[in-house]
Ligand binder design. Structure first.
Ligand SMILES: Cc1cc2nc3c(=O)[nH]c(=O)nc-3n(C[C@H](O)[C@H](O)[C@H](O)COP(=O)(O)O)c2cc1C
Length: 141
């Protein structure tokens, strides 16, 4: 079975709303999805999952949240080979540069990004939620 983990960090709930929609898309497609905050997840748990959707907003100056999420992601990165990975997150005043950098870092590390990342400006609107659900559904295929 394709077990899917959705692992996210969210300060004010926007990326959390996206994560919940990703999970909904997975579950509505009949796959087994599990939702974790970055503090609930650990690299040792990756062996249970073939697919992981990581979510983190733009923080600092166009970077990932540095205290909790980035250390977790860096620790997971070497263990991601052979797995399907997708990225999502919310941003504010920028133009999505944090996501482009995150995607580039993944490509450099040969992380297998299997679909287009989903980004939403602040609170996800209807279209953003639909895009998150579609991301979840595509991971469930
Ligand atoms: C400390 C801090 C740094 C931020 N840095 C950026 C940034 O560099 N670029 C950007 O577009 N938005 C930035 N934002 C805005 C957040 O990405 C945006 O509010 C997002 O919706 C927060 O998602 P969350 O509710 O999941 O925490 C920043 C917000 C905070 C609090």
């Amino acid at each position: 079975m394709n077990k899917i983990a959705v692992v996210y960090w969210s300060g004010t709930g926007n990326t959390e709303a996206m994560a919940q929609a990703v999970l909904q898309g997975i579950q509505e497609s009949g796959a087994d999805g599990q939702l974790y905050t970055s503090s609930e997840f650990a690299p040792e748990m990756l062996s249970d999952f073939g697919t992981i959707a990581f979510g983190c907003p733009a923080m600092g100056d166009e970077v990932l949240e540095e205290t909790e999420f980035e250390p977790l992601f860096e620790a997971c990165k070497p263990e991601l080979s052979g797995k399907k990975v997708a990225l999502f997150g919310s941003y504010g005043w920028g133009d999505g540069a944090w996501m482009r950098s995150w995607e580039d870092a993944c490509k450099e590390a040969s992380v297998n990004l299997v679909c287009d990342s989903v980004i939403c400006n602040e609170t996800p609107d209807e279209e953003g939620i639909a895009n998150c659900k579609a991301l979840g559904a595509s991971l469930a295929e």
